[in-house]
Design a protein around this ligand. Structure first.
Ligand code: F0G
Length: 461
């Protein structure tokens, strides 16, 4: 990777959106009124918003101009054919089913393939994928390599699936019991970690051997391809588009949340390499939940922005700048002694909340306390991906079950912030680190049964 000092953003800014930092007293008041849950804050009260990289990209002049030629015909709009062409060209997949966002594509996929008590194998399913699996009373099985769960090991492809465990699972359960394998690239749930080309190829060989479809969750496929180019010598001189083509060739289809690597604010799709029967089946469900096959819950203009975004999101200079910015923040955080997941992934920096605030016991939600402190300190919004997001109270024993990791994700929106904003984030952490011993834990005052972190209320201890 080139040194970040040796190049600048490969764009200039034509339109800006003012942001303001409220004063500390106001922030204290606002976070209290939000019951210490940053999801309850108004976006205008946030200074730098790192809640998610999803749907938060800045679109280009090319995408905006594409929106002006949105063809809003119910059936057969021109923009659908542009999208179809982009997907055939970049992914090499024949059949395209647009949806309003990624989880809608997952809904169609799971409706087609997954039934009660079945197991869905993957490297590491994202929450909504797990949600769709569990909704069908099926079981998600995550077989990421052990290194992928250790924030301190420096492995280049921590999103890889453990091939031995994959074979064991496939050999032990027939297609009636484990109908599908899903590879999420990059793996969001453990820090935006990539899957190697070799691992994808080997997973595909196993899926074929045991006659199971292999599906890619492609939300951040371009970032994954960039890591392959950087970290696998065999691909140093291969273009991102050729890497993408090869990676997708190993699977039978994909779901995509286009709100990430396709640089749009809304949209998604399901695509199949060549299976026309699956396509027709998917369209039946799409028509019920999303809309006719050529719009799938999106406006024609959204389809056009998406088609153009797929090209922009796979441009080499864009990806160098994008991944470079995330790495830049990661380096600043490391320099400041903040414990983060290593290596830094594609879409954000993941701080080890319970390690950073090690004086706060897990039961007192250290990662959530850090999220609150970050807002108090600088008006920066991050997301807790730890006990609040993934822990739960066991209904039988009444005891709290803790997830492996207690992380705070600083997700970086694409093309939206400059390195100067990243400097502010790192500085806020430095200030927090200087007085972290005085930060106290939190407790729930309200929690819903599922996906509790979105609506929970808290109280500082
Ligand atoms: N798959 C992955 C890997 C994701 O990260 C997401 C969303 C989805 C599927 C679902 O897509 O939001 O378009 O319905 N991730 C967002 C995030 C929400 O903040 O990481 P969606």
């Amino acid at each position: 990777m080139r040194n970040r000092d040796s190049y600048a953003e490969p764009f200039r800014i034509k339109m800006i959106e003012p942001i303001k930092q409220k004063d500390r007293e106001t922030r204290e008041d606002l976070i209290k009124k939000a019951h210490y849950n940053v999801f309850n804050l108004k976006a205008e009260d946030v200074y730098i918003d790192l809640l998610t990289d999803s749907g938060t990209s800045a679109m280009s002049a090319n995408q905006w101009s594409g929106m002006m030629i949105g063809d809003e015909s119910y059936a057969g709009c021109a923009n659908f054919y542009n999208l179809e062409e982009a997907i055939r060209d970049i992914l090499g997949y024949m059949y395209v089913v647009p949806t309003h966002q990624g989880r809608a594509a997952e809904n169609i996929l799971m409706s087609m393939f997954v039934g009660e008590k079945q197991t869905v194998i993957g490297n590491m399913h994202f929450d909504t994928t797990e949600g769709h699996i569990r909704l069908r009373n099926a079981v998600p099985l995550n077989l990421v390599i052990d290194e992928g769960l250790n924030p301190d090991t420096d492995h280049p492809f921590k999103g890889n699936i453990n091939l031995e465990k994959l074979e064991e699972a496939l050999a032990g359960q027939g297609p009636e019991e484990a109908p599908l394998v899903i590879m999420t690239v990059t793996s969001n749930s453990n820090g935006g970690q990539p899957v190697s080309m070799d691992n994808m190829r080997d997973a595909s060989i196993l899926a074929k051997k045991y006659n199971r479809p292999l599906i890619i969750d492609a939300a951040r496929f371009a970032e994954n391809c960039y890591f392959i180019k950087q970290r696998d010598r065999a691909y140093h001189n291969v273009s991102i588009r050729d890497i993408a083509r090869e990676m997708f060739s190993y699977a039978d289809g994909c779901t995509m949340s286009s709100k990430k690597d396709a640089l749009v604010n809304i949209g998604g799709f399901l695509a199949f390499k060549d299976n026309e029967q699956w396509y027709e089946e998917a369209v039946q469900i799409q028509i019920c939940y999303e809309g006719f096959r050529t719009y799938g819950g999106l406006a024609g203009r959204d389809l056009e922005a998406l088609a153009r975004g797929l090209y922009e999101g796979t441009e080499e200079d864009y990806l160098e700048d994008r991944i470079g910015q995330v790495a830049y923040l990661g380096q600043k955080m490391t320099d400041a002694g903040i414990p983060i997941m290593k290596p830094v992934g594609g879409h954000g920096v993941f701080v080890e909340g319970s390690k950073f605030l090690s004086h706060i016991p897990r039961a007192n939600l250290p990662a959530q306390a850090l999220v609150v402190e970050l807002y108090r300190e600088a008006g920066i919004r991050a997301i807790e991906l730890g006990t609040c997001a993934f822990g739960y109270t066991d209904p039988e024993t009444g005891e709290e079950v803790y997830p492996n990791q207690d992380l705070v994700r600083l997700a970086i929106p694409r093309r939206a912030y400059t390195d100067r904003h990243m400097d502010q984030v790192a500085q806020a952490f430095e200030k927090i680190a200087a007085r972290k011993g005085r930060i106290s834990g939190m407790e729930f005052t309200y929690q819903a049964e599922i996906l509790r972190h979105f609506t929970a209320r808290y109280r500082p201890l």
